[in-house]
Design a protein around this ligand. Sequence first.
Ligand code: PLP
Length: 455
Amino acid sequence: NAADNTPKRSALDAQDIGAHLHPYTNLAAHEDVGPLMITRGDGIHVIDEQGRKYIEGMSALWCSSLGFSHPRLVQAGIDALKTLPYYHTFNHRSNPAIAQLADRLIQLAPAPMAKVFFANSGSEANDTAIKIIWYYHNAIGKPAKKKILSRQRGYHGVTVAAASLTGLPANHQDFDLPIARIGHVECPHHYRYANPGESEADFATRLADALEQRILQEGPDTVAAFIAEPVMGAGGVIVPPETYFEKIQAVLRKYEVLMVADEVICGFGRTGQMFGSHTFGIQPDILTCAKALSSGYVPISAVMVAPKIYEAMAANSGKIGTFGHGYTYSGHPVAAAVALETLKVYEDEQILAHVNQLSPLFQGRLRGYLDRAYVGEVRGVGMIGAIELVADEATRQPFDPALKLGYRLAQYAQEAGLIVRAMGDAVALCPPLIITEAEMAEMFARLDRALDKLQ
Ligand code: PLP
């Protein structure tokens, strides 16, 4: 009857609908859709206001690698709050946790790094990287070398400059972005953009040639840096084609263009090694990370800079008196303590070994979906992956976007007790790294049910 169709709203739902301006949400639809009010976390699960328990197949936003209730992270946060709930790091101030965290990150880095700068989010880390790139080139007397190349479908955040790096239309449209001096080159998605019959290696060669042409066209003396996620996340979990980064980096070196690795998703074990740069042979000059740095428990991000960059920055700030950049919460002691503990847990619980033990199963189960109707491509590495649905598997013809197939699949998964993320007609999986074999079996059983419903 009609009464059953009326959504039941709690007082909390009403407050949310009434007052909360949601990020990344169809604002006009929020009243109809209503909030998914998550009240608790437990291991790989989150629990809503009605007590429904979901497997968080996305680690929320690619963050919570240690799940949602790790006792050591909780304790580290409590202890830090009791000892020193806040202090800053401007003007030579520091705190024990942030000093140790910086030192540890330098040990873990995939390339020699001199120093680590701290911020609160991936966007701020990438904004900081841009400012460092500009500051560095002024410092070394190359003020014209300022352009930054990013990739279509890359995701680097939403602050004015980071959103400009991002190569997704929704982040630019009606925001008057991108800003000047930021440009985009091709997305390395072989399934979508390779020519018929083109091998991964040939596709990579073509993209590296195109990058070189672009640098020549812009003028090598004007191109400062190239930024890339080792595996593109929000753009659809795009794993680079074979030899891609090797060829791209050869071009960058030829024209003295800095390589920036955005490890905000790939960092800390997601691809099977500590950083995606390890997995794909990237030697970054600047590396940004966040998310799994604290398992998402507290906001923190980091920017690592190579010695040649740091040395020029230090000399320049010595000359002008200060490096005029920093956030009130740069190096926050509570965030630092939780992040430091997160890195210790990765080591103590041998998370990398666990990922390498379980990822063949994870990737194998994903690839099994290729046998299903309408599954065009399955892709992934380590503990991140995606399934792309297509109307015609032979021609790779996408579905009519109005059908919102990815979104519907994510809805069916949610009804089956699994949270996944739709990106167009692809859905992503990025489960907590602590997931057990039995939990993984249950996660795929729920995804099976969602896919059954679609077909
Ligand atoms: N870079 C990458 C690769 C990301 O996936 C994200 C967020 O998803 C960001 C940067 C931006 O991070 P934040 O949302 O913390 O600003």
